[in-house]
Structures are given as C-alpha cells and as structure tokens.
Design a protein around this ligand. Structure first.
Ligand SMILES: C[S@@+](CC[C@H](N)C(=O)[O-])C[C@H]1O[C@@H](n2cnc3c(N)ncnc32)[C@H](O)[C@@H]1O
Length: 286
C-alpha cells in the first residue's frame, strides 16, 4: 500500500503498478533524456529504440492512473547534436494522449532595446538567466527545453490566470469585455531561471521549483488533489507540492538522490516554520 506525501525508493514501473486506476490529478515529470548524462547510478545511454519503448510503457501506465480530466506535463530536452530526442519521445506519447499544449521552458533570453520599442520598463539591452555554454562552431548554446502538456481528450479546462501576467498597458483591462482583472494569459514561453546553482551539484539534471509549480497551478488547485512524479530525482516536484499545499507521490531508483530529496523537504519545512514564527512575532509587535 502506498501512502501519500512520500517518495519511494523504487523503479517507477513497479511503483506505478501499485497505484489505482484514475486516481492521479496531475503528473509532472522529467525522465532521463538519454543524452549520456552522468547520474549516480542510472546509465543514460540506452539504444534509442529501447529508450523510446521504455518511456512508452511508462506513458501507458501513467495514462491508466491519470484521472479522465487529468494533466500530464512532460519536461524533455535534447542536446545540440541530437535535437530529435524530445520530439521522438512526444511521438511515442502521441500513440496514447492528446497534445493539449506545448510550453517552452526558457532558461535564458536576450532582449535588445531596439527590438521592443517603447517599453517603459526596458531601458537598455538585457540578458537574463543562465545556461551551460557550448564550445562548438556548429551549435548555439541550448537555452530551452520542452514541456509537453498531454491530456486524455485534449479538453481539460485550465486555470490560466493562476499563472497569469499583469497587463503592461492598463487601458487593455477596460478595452476587452472579457477582462475582469489585471491579469492576462502568460502564453506558452515560460522564463524560469534556476534559483541557485547548488542543486545542480547534487544532481546533474534537475528542473527549478518554479517549473512544476507553474504546471500544477495551471492545471488548477483542488482540495485533496494528488500530483505524481515517477522520476523524483532530488524531489523538486515534491517541494513544489508542499509549497502549494497539495498531495504528492513519487519514485526514484537512486537512494542517494532520494536521501537528498528527503533532506531538502526537511530543510524546507524547518525554514518555513522559522518564517511563520518570525511572521507571527511581527504580527504581535504590530
Ligand atoms: C531528469 S532526472 C529528474 C530530476 C527531478 N526533476 C529533479 O528536479 O530533481 C531523472 C531521474 O530519474 C531517475 N530514474 C531513472 N530510471 C528510473 C526508474 N526506472 N524509476 C524511477 N526513477 C528513475 C534517475 O535516477 C534521475 O534521478
């Protein structure tokens, strides 16, 4: 019997079998990309067809546990010498899901003042975010990954304004009849920088906490909802669930990563308690 709000040291295919049909609201995950990364134990260099077959089996099992109106957010990247990987993976998922949205996780972007015209807040050229620079005459540095949003029927209603952005031009709020607040649809390019470089030393391929958080909020927060991450790594999805106050469950085959994940959760909970108690002292002192 699996319990909620735990991460299990287990192969996800075995773990998934213990989850009931249609019991999961949201799946957010990032599988190994098969690009030869140096994980602690996992070998990231399967023959391509074996890799795709393996992920397709996991996709099918995830479909079984996902609710009818659930969302599956799959983060996959490639490498400059092999940009087909995420697209090949998406094609395997196509056999089982509708592709409801594609989001582009932007790790770094440069914007030149001359290209944006008269934006009050942009006063010069800017470059924001970080990426691993590539030393090649053929390829540019890779500053982006995909987040495929798969659903069972392609018609899941989303809480777009939960991750909405403020209107730059406030006159638009009055102009559009349907607009009720100062927020609009963010669109499908998501700039999400890493918060610290520390985590990247503990695991070669994490996503920032903002990524699962955006996905879960976009699907819509509901009382008692359950989020699954079959490839937990160092627990970023679990942390985002704790922040959002939703249930999580997940699997990881590397005990060392799982230990880091559990430590991150303990540290986070202690920090949060500290923050809450400081807040309450401030409240008392007026
Ligand atoms: C891209 S990483 C996920 C990182 C995670 N999103 C984070 O932010 O920490 C993929 C993880 O899948 C794990 N993994 C590989 N095969 C697995 C399997 N069969 N079951 C569960 N975990 C597996 C690897 O050890 C690795 O930590």
């Amino acid at each position: 019997m699996l319990e909620l709000n735990k991460m299990y040291f287990e192969d996800c295919l075995i773990g998934l079998k213990k989850i009931k049909n249609e019991s999961i609201d949201v799946i957010v995950t990032s599988p190994p990309y098969n690009i030869g990364l140096k994980y602690n134990g996992y070998k990231d260099n399967k023959p391509r067809e074996d890799y795709l077959d393996w992920l397709e089996t996991i996709a099918k099992e995830c479909k079984r546990v996902l609710k009818k109106g659930g969302s599956f957010f799959l983060n996959v990247g490639g490498k400059p010498s092999d940009y087909w990987i995420p697209l090949d993976v998406a094609m395997r998922f196509r056999n089982h899901y509708e592709l409801q949205n594609i989001f582009h996780w932007i790790k770094s972007i440069s914007i030149e003042k001359k290209d944006v015209g008269n934006y009050r807040n942009i006063i010069g050229d800017i470059t924001v975010g970080h990426y691993k620079p590539i030393n090649s005459k053929r390829f540019l540095s890779d500053c982006h990954e995909y987040i495929f949003h798969f659903t069972k029927e392609g018609n899941v209603e989303l809480d777009k304004l939960a991750i909405g952005v403020k209107y730059q031009d406030k006159s638009n709020i009055k102009r559009w009849k349907s607009t009720k607040s100062d927020l609009k649809d963010r669109g499908n390019t998501w700039f999400i920088p890493y918060e610290t470089i520390q985590e990247s030393r503990l695991h070669p391929s994490t996503f920032p906490i903002g990524l699962p958080k955006k996905c879960i909020k976009l699907h819509g927060l509901k009382e008692g909802m359950v989020v699954l991450d079959p490839f937990m790594g160092i627990g970023t999805t679990a942390l985002s669930c704790i922040e959002l106050n939703v249930n999580y469950i997940g699997f990881e085959i590397d005990q060392k990563y799982l230990q880091v994940a559990n430590e991150r959760i303990i540290n986070y909970s202690q920090e949060r308690k500290k923050y809450l108690s400081i807040k309450s002292i401030d409240d008392f002192n007026g």
